[in-house]
Design a protein around this ligand. Structure first.
Ligand code: AMP
Length: 249
């Protein structure tokens, strides 16, 4: 069984993002970029499935600029067998990413695709769902547990009311939630080994994907500065203050 994993290059979660001077987006130049944290969880899960003997190959797929090879090398260092970068300088939104991943699925024929539940740059949480619809295969999103047996994935999902366990026939799309696992640390020898693993690049133009009309961002601005709080001496004073603000009737 082959597993395809989505690996998106995003601004590192520790970076305090700044709005650019033009107010059209965030500053990306000179900023630390990393693997989307939910994709690290997706890679880890794919590796564990392979290590249990339920899969034979883990392929990491990224869509992005040439520099996104760095994040694919991280996936290889974690243990992915090979990587593929669909190269484009364009900013892609989920429907475009899903269409591109669908093309890669047609080439690679995986039995399982694991994506992150969301990318922390756009927080869209859409690509997995769109991909499953385009592929015409089942989806199990927000996975916190995943077992594979006899062509079926048993997935525990984090839903508003708690946990839900469903079975989906493979091939299918699973999206990884935070509690699915704790990704392994990458060790120096693994980083060296990853340099020799195959990483193919493919220009987006070669895939013949019809790109959907992109949403255009209007104005980006930082949230207003938080006004200072007020200390009250008693519960009565708190209630009076809340009533004054119209929060309590
Ligand atoms: P989103 O719908 O944008 O929140 O992204 C959800 C997931 O889709 C991510 O965690 C990735 O696994 C996958 N994905 C989205 N965009 C890309 C991309 N450019 N390259 C690789 N994977 C992607």
């Amino acid at each position: 069984m082959k597993i395809l994993v989505g690996v998106k290059r995003v601004i590192d979660y520790n970076v305090r993002v700044q709005i650019n001077r033009e107010g059209t987006g965030v500053v990306k130049e000179g900023v630390k970029m990393s693997v989307n944290p939910f994709d690290e969880i997706a890679i880890e899960e794919a590796l564990r499935i392979r290590e249990r003997g339920d899969a034979s190959e883990v392929v990491a797929v990224g869509i992005g600029p040439s520099a996104a090879q760095q994040q694919l090398r991280t996936a290889l260092a974690m243990g992915a067998d090979r990587a593929l970068l669909v190269e484009t300088e364009d900013e892609l939104q989920p429907l475009a990413a899903a269409r591109i991943l669908q093309k890669i699925i047609e080439r690679e024929l995986p039995e399982l695709v694991i994506l992150g539940k969301q990318a922390i740059d756009d927080d869209c949480n859409q690509t997995g769902q769109m991909l499953a619809a385009l592929w015409g295969r089942p989806q199990a999103t927000f996975a916190s547990d995943l077992k594979i047996a006899d062509g079926v994935a048993t997935v525990t999902r984090e839903v508003d009311s708690g946990l839900e366990t469903i079975e989906v026939d493979l091939p299918a799309v699973v999206t990884a939630d935070l509690r699915l696992n704790e990704p392994r640390f990458v060790k120096m020898p693994d980083i060296m080994k990853a340099k020799r693993k195959p990483l193919d690049t493919l220009p987006l133009t070669e895939l013949g994907v019809e790109m959907p009309a992109a949403l255009e961002a209007g104005v980006c601005e930082p949230p207003p500065k938080r006004a200072g709080g007020v200390k009250v001496e008693s519960v009565e004073a708190l209630i009076a203050a809340l009533k004054e603000k119209g929060v309590l009737a």
